[in-house]
Write a protein that binds this ligand. Sequence first.
Ligand code: DON
Length: 304
Amino acid sequence: MTTDLGRFLIRLDREIRADGDWGAPADYIPELARIDPAQFGIAVALADGSVVTAGDADKRFSIQSISKVFSLACVLGRIGEQIWTRVGRESSGARFDSILLLEREHGRPRNPFINAGALVTTDELLTGRTPRDTLSEIINFLRAAAEDDDIHIDKTVAQSETETGWRNAALVNYLKSFGNLKNAPEETLGTYIHHCAIEMTCVQLARAGRAIAGLPGAPSVIAPAKARRLNALMMLCGHYDGSGDFAFRVGLPGKSGVGGGILLIAPRRASVAIWSPGLNVYGNSQMATLAAERLAQHMGWSVF
Ligand code: DON
C-alpha cells in the first residue's frame, strides 16, 4: 500500500504543478503575500507508523488557522464542555473574519474555527496565565503530538499580522463589549496572532494529526472522545463558508489555514498535511483542496 501511495503522491505532485491554477496567497498579511504561490507539498501519516511524502513536504509554512484545532484541543483538555457556554458549534456560512453574526448572536461566536470563536478559545486558555505560558502550552502540545521539538513561532509573520490585523482587533473588542472576553483585548489578540504564526512542515503537521485521526501508536495527547468531537467540528466548520463544498468534494474532516495548509483526517487510516500557498475565494488553499479530493478518491477514504 505504501508503495502504491508513494507512486500516487509523486504523480499527484506532478499533476498539481502542471495544472498551475494556484490561486493567490493571502494579501492581508504582508509577510504571507510575498510567498511564491507555485509550491506544493504533501505528507501522509499512516496507521502503520510510516509517513509518505511528495513535493515540498519538508518546507516550513505558516499554519495559521490550523492552530485553532490545537488551541481548542488544549481548551477541551483543560475545561472540557464548559467552553460551549462561550462559543457555539454550528457552521457560520460566513467568511472566517466576519463580524455579522456576532452582533445578532450577542457576542457568542458560531464555532471555534472562525476568527471570533478562536479568539474566545484563546482567551479561555489565557485566563490565569501569561501569553508566554499559553503559547508554550499550545506549542508543547504540537511538539508532543508530532514527537518533534523543532516547532516554533515565526515572529516575522506574527509582527506582520500585528501591524495589519484590523478586523481581528475589531472582533476582539466586540467580544469584550458583549462580556465574552475575560482578558484585555490586546493580550488575547496578541496570543491568538502568535499561535497562528506557528510554522511547521507537512511532515510535522501530518504527525501532529495522528492522535486526532486515532492512529495506532500515536502519542496520547487527546482523549479519543474529544478527538471525535474535533473531527466533527472540522467536518462542519473547518473550511468556513467553503465547508460544504469541501465535504462534498473530499468527504473527510479537514482544517485549512490562510498560509495555504490543510490538515486532513481519515479517521483510523491516516493524518494528512497538504500545503500550497495560493488560496481560493473562501481563503482555503486552491491546490491543497484539489489534492485532498484526488487523494481521498484514490484511496477510497471517506467518512460517508
Ligand atoms: O486571524 C487571521 O486572519 C489569521 N491569523 C488566520 C486566518 C486563517 O487562517 C483563515 N484560514 N483560511
